[in-house]
Design a protein around this ligand. Structure first.
Ligand code: FPP
Ligand code: MG
Length: 328
């Protein structure tokens, strides 16, 4: 434990240094004498992720620096578990989305086949569980609940809304489980190992849940509006996966959208993709979807506004703004 009062710049550096440790520890966690498994499992790790979730663990964890209650070892271990879980979910997700590109390179299943890619994800989850065991039963239980939500969110996305359930409500259920759950867990673990009291741990969890919603809605919008994400543009459209923007188009049923609605009726063929993207990029739903991102980010903010001003609290607030700026 150490007592620290840092400038914003030094705190950013503190997060960056801890993220570097996470990078090393993730690779360590994936070591196995069976080198093929290690090769497949480290493939996406080596392709370089943003380490957003670990950074969130540390941003929340920083709230305990001034009181000197931070358990840095546990913070790093929790961040490693979160990152391993996230990358494992990407191996699975890319198989289900039949995605060709991830982190700027071919996806694992394109290189080694679906079964190997899925098993590599399972291997990562197993290694994450092993490390999680060192953090206590409360951590293991929360992580199990989080995984359960991830899987249910993904299944709900594939299955579509139950009869009588509104498609937007269903969509929000999907992203809250498949994405917001792990981001909420990251913020929660940071707060927990910062030694914060239970009400603050809960506030950080609620913050993470809403930041996660903003984050996924922004990501889905980038799939439409961005041309340089390291992923193939329009993947959701190609797979016929509804996202907020396409749901809003469908809901509005405007006469002038006849061609777009026809294109969005099912998975968009590669040859139709430029036309569908072109029509969507100039459509008012883009701004409407941005407004949704803003609302979730603003709600997230309400959970961290009461923390006394310091570098960690400011970083947590800045993350809300960044979720919005990403889509602008
Ligand atoms: C990316 O979503 C994927 C997720 C947010 C997680 C998906 C969850 C699973 C695959 C359940 C299985 C989980 C584990 C831990 C094995 P996206 O497709 O919207 O984003 P993308 O554009 O990055 O592909
Ligand atoms: Mg995907």
């Amino acid at each position: 434990m150490e007592t620290l009062s840092l400038t914003d710049e030094a705190f950013e550096q503190w997060i960056a240094e801890h993220n570097e440790r996470v990078g090393v520890r993730v690779k360590q966690a994936l070591r196995t004498p069976y080198s093929f498994v290690e090769e497949v499992a480290t493939y996406l790790v080596d392709a370089g992720g943003k380490l957003f979730r670990p950074a969130l663990v540390f941003a929340a964890g920083g709230l305990g620096l001034e009181s000197g209650c931070v358990n840095e070892e546990s913070l790093v271990s929790a961040a490693v578990v979160v990152e391993l879980t996230h990358v494992a979910s990407l191996y699975h997700d890319d198989v289900m989305d039949e995605a060709a590109l991830r982190r700027g390179g071919p996806t694992a299943h394109r290189k080694w086949g679906n079964s190997v890619a899925i098993m590599a994800g399972d291997f990562m989850l197993a290694q994450a569980s092993l490390l999680g065991a060192s953090l206590g039963t409360d951590f293991v239980a929360y992580q199990a609940q989080t995984l359960s939500r991830l899987v249910q969110g993904q299944i709900a996305e594939m299955k579509g809304p139950e009869p009588g359930v509104d498609d937007l409500t269903h969509h929000l259920f999907v992203i809250s489980n498949k994405t917001a759950a792990l981001i909420a867990a990251a913020a929660r673990y940071g707060a927990t190992f910062a030694g914060l009291p239970p009400d603050q741990v809960e506030a950080l969890t609620q913050y993470g849940e809403r930041l996660g919603m903003a984050f996924q809605l922004a990501d889905d919008l980038l799939d439409i509006v961005s041309e340089e994400s390291g992923k193939q543009a329009g993947t959701d459209l190609r797979e016929g996966v509804p996202t907020l923007a396409t749901l809003l188009v469908r809901r509005q049923q405007r006469d002038q959208d006849a061609r777009l609605l026809e294109l969005l009726a099912g998975p968009v063929a590669d040859t139709d993709l430029p036309e569908a993207l072109g029509l969507l990029r100039v459509h008012p739903v883009v701004d409407e979807a941005r407004a949704h991102v803003r609302r979730w980010a603003d709600e997230a903010l309400t959970y961290v506004n009461d923390f006394s001003d310091g570098p960690a609290a400011r970083t947590l607030r800045t993350l809300c703004e960044r979720a919005i700026v990403r889509t602008s």
